[in-house]
Write a protein that binds this ligand. Structure first.
Ligand code: SF4
Length: 445
C-alpha cells in the first residue's frame, strides 16, 4: 500500500475529511453514474475536486463499449495512478465489470467495482483502508437483482437533466458487449423515477432526458401495468416540466400509446433516436436485430403521419463482419431515403466475448474507414436538409449558455442547435425559452 493509504488506514484522515476526484469514460449513462457517485461522496462530506487536483480517492469510471474502450480504460487507469500515486484508486464501470482480473492486475489499483453495488463504494473504500490490500467487489451479473438506486443528479448543463429509468439489456445483439457488462433489464420503480423527476423540476430544470440502456422495454420486469408510455404519461403531468426528451428507443418498441404521447403532448419533444445499425437486411439478421428494413420504413411512415416534422436520429455500424459492397450501398441508399436529422456513424470494432468477434470475413480497417467516410457524407447532407427545412420558421429555443459577449446557444425541441447573436438592449439568460425565426446564420454546421 502507498503511504497515504497507510495513513488513511491508520485513521489519521477520518471518513469525510477527504477529497475525491473522478475520471469518466464512455457514454451518458456513465456520466450520469459518476455524478451520482460524486453525490454519495459529498453526502459523506468528501469534497469533489477536479481530476488534476490532489485527492485521497480517485474513481475511474470505465467503458468497454465505445471503440477501443478497454484499452482506453487501461490507459486512463494508469494515467490516474501516475498522477495520484498516494491516492486510493477505485475502478468501476463496464470495463471493470467485464475484466476485473485485468483491472486488479494493474499495479496501484485498490478497488475494482463493476456495474453493481456502486452505492456501497464508500464501504468498500473503508475496507481497503482497514485491510490494506486491493479489493475485488465485482459480482457476477447473474446475481443482478433490482435497479440500483443511486442519487440522480446528472445534468448536461443547467437546463437539461438526465433521468435514468432503466439498466441492462436482454437483447444480445451479436456485436454488443452491453448485456455482458450491465446485465439483464432492470427498471427503476416508477414512484422513484417520478419522485426524482419532481425534484429535478423543483430545482428548476425545464428539460428532462430519459436515459437507460434499453429504455423502450421499461417496465417489462416490473410486476405491474407499467411501460414506457405510462411512465411518460405520468411524467408530463408534473407541473413546471416544459420538455421531456426520450432518448434511444429501439424500432420495435414504439407502441401506439407511445406514439400517441409523442403526437399529442407539447411537452414530449418531437425527437426520437431510433438505432438502425445497418441498411441491409442480411446484416441486420446477422446482428440479431429484430426488424427488417421494411419494418423500419413502415414505422417511420407511421411516426411521420402523426408528427410530420419529427426529428429522427440514428446509429449505424459500418463494416460489420461480412458486409459487402452491396450491403454498404444499400445502407447509403436507405439513409438517403429516411431523411434522418442526425446519424452517429461507428466503424465496427470487435468486442471480445461477443459472437460477432469470431465471425469470419472481418472487414479490413482501410475499407471500413472508406465506408465510414462515404456514409458520413450522406449523413451530413441528410442532417443539413432536415435543419434547413426549419429556416424561416418560428422555433422555440431553450437557452443553455450565454457567453461574455452576450451570445447564446441552445436547442429547439427538435434538437437543432441554435446560436443567437448578442442583442442590444436584450440579455439572454440560461434556462430562458425564446421564440425566434430560424435564420441560416443561427446554425453552425
Ligand atoms: S439492444 Fe442490442 S445494441 Fe442495444 S444494448 Fe441491447 S444488445 Fe446492445
Amino acid at each position: 500500500m502507498k503511504s497515504a493509504k497507510s495513513e488513511l488506514s491508520s485513521g489519521s484522515l477520518e471518513l469525510g475529511a477527504g477529497k475525491v476526484c473522478f475520471l469518466t469514460l464512455g457514454c451518458k449513462v456513465n456520466q450520469a453514474e459518476s455524478e451520482a457517485l460524486a453525490q454519495l461522496f459529498r453526502e459523506a462530506n468528501y469534497e469533489v475536486v477536479s481530476a488534476s487536483e490532489d485527492a485521497d480517492v480517485v474513481v475511474v469510471n470505465t467503458c468497454t463499449v465505445t471503440n477501443t474502450g478497454g484499452s482506453k480504460s487501461r490507459q486512463a487507469i494508469r494515467r490516474m495512478i501516475k498522477a495520484h500515486p498516494e491516492s486510493i484508486v477505485a475502478v468501476t464501470g463496464c470495463y471493470a465489470q467485464t475484466a476485473p482480473g485485468e483491472v486488479l492486475g494493474i499495479e496501484g489499483v485498490d478497488l475494482v467495482l463493476g456495474t453493481q453495488d456502486r452505492n456501497k463504494i464508500l464501504e468498500w473504500i473503508e475496507r481497503v483502508k482497514r485491510e490494506r490490500r486491493p479489493q475485488n467487489a465485482v459480482r457476477g451479473l447473474e446475481e443482478a437483482g433490482e435497479f440500483e438506486e443511486l442519487p440522480q443528479l446528472a445534468e448536461e448543463n443547467r437546463t437539461r437533466a438526465f433521468l435514468k429509468i432503466q439498466e441492462g439489456c436482454n437483447q444480445f445483439c451479436t456485436y454488443c458487449i452491453i448485456p455482458y457488462a450491465r446485465g439483464p433489464l432492470r427498471s427503476r420503480q416508477p414512484e422513484k423515477a417520478l419522485a426524482e423527476a419532481r425534484r429535478l423540476v423543483a430545482e428548476g430544470y425545464p428539460e428532462i432526458v430519459l436515459t437507460g440502456i434499453h429504455t423502450g422495454f421499461y417496465g417489462q420486469d416490473l410486476n405491474a401495468e407499467w411501460n414506457l408510455a405510462r411512465l411518460v404519461q405520468e411524467l408530463i403531468k408534473i407541473a413546471g416540466l416544459r420538455r421531456l426528451r426520450l432518448s434511444s428507443i429501439e424500432p420495435m418498441e414504439y407502441s401506439p400509446e407511445l406514439i400517441d404521447c409523442l403526437a399529442s403532448s407539447d411537452i414530449v419533444c418531437p425527437h426520437v433516436h431510433m438505432p438502425l445499425q445497418s441498411g441491409s437486411d442480411e446484416i441486420l439478421s446477422r446482428m440479431h436485430r429484430p426488424y427488417s428494413l421494411q419494418d423500419y420504413r413502415e414505422l417511420l411512415v407511421r411516426l411521420r403521419q402523426r408528427i410530420p416534422d419529427l426529428a429522427v436520429t440514428t446509429d449505424i455500424i459500418v463494416g460489420f463482419p461480412g458486409e459487402t459492397e452491396a450491403d454498404h450501398a444499400s445502407t447509403l441508399e436507405f439513409v438517403r431515403e429516411c431523411g434522418f436529422a442526425g446519424v452517429h456513424v461507428f466503424p465496427y470494432s470487435k468486442r471480445q466475448g461477443t459472437p460477432a468477434a469470431d465471425y469470419p470475413d472481418q472487414v479490413p480497417k482501410k475499407l471500413k474507414d472508406q465506408r465510414v467516410k462515404e456514409l458520413m457524407t450522406v449523413a451530413h447532407a441528410s442532417q443539413r436538409a432536415y435543419i434547413h427545412s426549419f429556416i424561416g420558421k418560428t422555433v422555440e429555443v431553450l437557452i443553455e449558455k450565454v457567453d461574455t459577449a452576450g451570445k447564446a446557444v441552445g436547442h429547439t425541441s427538435h434538437y437543432i442547435e441554435v446560436h443567437l447573436p448578442g442583442q442590444q438592449g436584450k440579455v439572454w439568460t440560461s434556462r430562458q425559452f425564446v421564440q425566434v425565426v430560424l435564420q441560416e446564420d443561427y446554425i453552425k454546421e
